[in-house]
Each structure stands twice: as structure tokens, then as C-alpha cells.
Design a binder for this molecule. Structure first.
Ligand code: GLU
Length: 303
């Protein structure tokens, strides 16, 4: 089946909405991105690739990296990951301090900032070089080189006061094993991975394929672990808009404040969209619309 004409149609239809939303500017390095960028890519587990617009241009994947972080951690620590972080939707902004206080320093899920910080802390228990190991892991998923953007890492380190506060808060509650600065370094590297839509879709194919990277056949997660990562993406992948995304799109996925969204159709494909302008929940305006139209037109969703 070819998706090229469907992508081109949707791209043309959605492009006029590009005035809506705002680029994330709380991380200054992200505010400099050209807000008119717009790309879509599909990669299938059979190895087909379809793309339109700026699909090859690399962008900061931000919170989408939380999925790589979690997958690497689940592969190493198994179910022990869940001793220190929950698996329920937060219904709160991604950097909420309030919820963390009410819930005694245990983050609701691994895809809000507090949760991803705990996962990064868990990885530090097991890895001597967490940044290189994460990069190797993502390169294995993608099948080619992946880079951190050091400018984004530095910008986040200078301006990420809320993340620092989340970590100190969890440290006070006994839910942090390592030094705050070491965990921040690992977390900001994870957020600053750069990829284009096509590379991003390719690197998520293992979640469409029961934990195995199509093409190389490398098993990254057990089938049941891949199923669980997909389940957490479905329920928690879109901050406090996860319910709306499931309603409109009907796929497990993850967004980032760089304007990327990637979603998975188990057994078939991964699709990634990039458009930097975000709605008030931190999700790409055009990204959600593209995915809503894609699953509606093709009839392909998990429901
Ligand atoms: N690096 C961003 C932060 O820590 C990630 C946020 C996101 O993409 O949701 O705020």
C-alpha cells in the first residue's frame, strides 16, 4: 500500500493552519527555530518510506527522547523501573511540581519531566556512560548516526530551574539515588537528541514490531515490554492532553516541545510529524491534526 498521496493531501490541507500555536520559548535554543517548518514521514516494518515537506531536516526531539530513555531502562532493569515511577496519566502539565508534592515525590508516569528524571536516575545505577549508551541504543534503533545538540543541552542547563526543583524535591523524598547535576546531564542529553521525521519514525519501528528492529532483526525489548511501552505512550504520551489524542487519533505516541510527534501502528508502521508551533498543552498543533486526518482517512488505528 502506498501512503504517499495520502500524506501529500493531508500536508496541503493542514498547512494553512500553520498560524496557530506558539513555539516553545522557555528553552531559548528552541525559540530560534523557524516556526514554518513542517514535515511528515512514515516508515513501515516492511522497509517502505514515505515523506513530505521538511521530513529529512533534523530537529530537537525533546520529550520524545523519554521513550528511548524508558525503553533502554526497561531493557536493563525490567519491572523494577516501576518501583519509583507510576504508570497513570498525570492530567497535569509536564513539569508540574504540585502533583509531585501531593504524591510524595513519586512521579505519575515516565513521560512527565519528573518521571523521566527518575528513569534517568535509574539508568545511572546501571551505566557508567549513560549519554554514549543512550546514543548507541538509538543508533541501533535508527540504523544510522544520531547526535546530541550541545547548544540545546547548554540552553536547558541554564534555564531548566523547574527540572532542578523537581529533582531536589524527589531527593528530599528519597526518590533520587544520584547527584542532581548528574541526573540533569543525562536527562538534557536525552532531550537534545536531533533527528528528522524519517529517522524518528524508523527508530520507533521496534515498538510497531514487538520489540524487534525491522531490517536488522535485533531484539531490543521482549514483546510484552514493547506492548507495555506502547500502553504507557497511549495513556501518558501527550501530557495533559493524552485523552484527547487517544480520542482524535487512536494511536500510542509521544510528543515533544520541539514540535515533533511520533505515533505507532502496531504490526504496521510508525509515523512522525514535525511542526514547531505548540498548543497550550505543549503538543504540535499541526502534528495532532495530521495524525487525526491520517487515522481517519486510512481507517488505521488501534481501535
Ligand atoms: N527538555 C524539556 C524540559 O525539560 C522537555 C519537555 C518536553 O518536551 O515535554 O522541559
Amino acid at each position: 500500500m502506498t501512503f504517499q498521496s495520502t500524506l501529500e493531501e493531508i500536508y496541503a490541507e493542514v498547512r494553512p493552519m500553520s498560524g496557530e500555536g506558539e513555539v516553545a520559548d522557555y528553552i531559548p535554543a528552541l525559540a530560534q527555530i523557524d516556526s514554518t517548518k513542517f514535515g511528515i514521514a512514515i516508515e513501515t516494518i516492511e522497509g517502505e518510506c514515505f515523506q513530505v515537506g521538511d521530513a529529512a531536516e533534523r530537529f530537537s526531539i525533546q520529550s520524545i527522547g523519554k521513550v528511548f530513555n524508558l525503553a533502554l531502562c526497561v531493557g536493563i532493569a525490567g519491572d523494577r523501573v516501576w518501583d519509583r515511577v507510576g504508570m497513570e496519566p498525570s492530567g497535569n502539565p509536564f513539569n508540574s511540581l504540585v502533583q509531585l508534592e501531593v504524591e510524595g515525590g513519586i512521579p505519575r508516569n515516565p513521560f512527565i519531566n519528573a518521571g523521566a528524571l527518575v528513569v534517568a536516575d535509574t539508568l545511572l545505577d546501571h551505566l557508567d556512560n549513560p549519554n554514549e549508551d543512550l546514543l548507541d541504543f538509538v543508533q541501533k534503533l535508527r540504523g544510522s548516526d544520531v547526535h546530541f545538540n550541545q547548544k540545546v543541552v547548554n540552553s536547558e542547563k541554564q534555564h531548566g530551574h523547574i527540572n532542578t526543583a523537581l529533582l531536589h524535591f524527589m531527593k528530599a523524598h528519597g526518590n533520587l539515588n544520584h547527584e542532581v547535576d548528574d541526573v540533569l546531564d543525562a536527562y538534557y542529553h536525552q532531550c537534545s537528541i536531533e533527528m528528522g521525521c524519517a529517522g524518528l519514525a524508523r527508530s520507533f519501528l521496534f515498538l510497531a514490531n514487538g520489540g524487534v528492529v525491522p531490517g536488522t532483526g535485533a531484539r531490543v525489548l521482549a514483546a510484552s515490554q514493547a506492548k507495555r511501552v506502547n500502553a504507557v505512550m497511549l495513556t501518558c504520551g501527550f501530557y495533559d492532553q493524552a485523552g484527547m489524542f487517544a480520542y482524535l487519533v487512536g494511536l500510542p505516541g509521544k510528543s515533544g516541545v520541539g514540535g515533533g510527534i511520533v505515533a505507532v501502528i502496531p504490526g504496521k508502521l510508525a509515523i512522525a510529524v514535525w511542526s514547531p508551533k505548540l498548543n497550550s498543552h505543549g503538543n504540535s498543533v499541526l502534528g495532532i491534526k495530521v495524525l487525526e486526518l491520517f487515522t481517519t482517512r486510512t481507517g488505521m488505528s488501534i481501535f
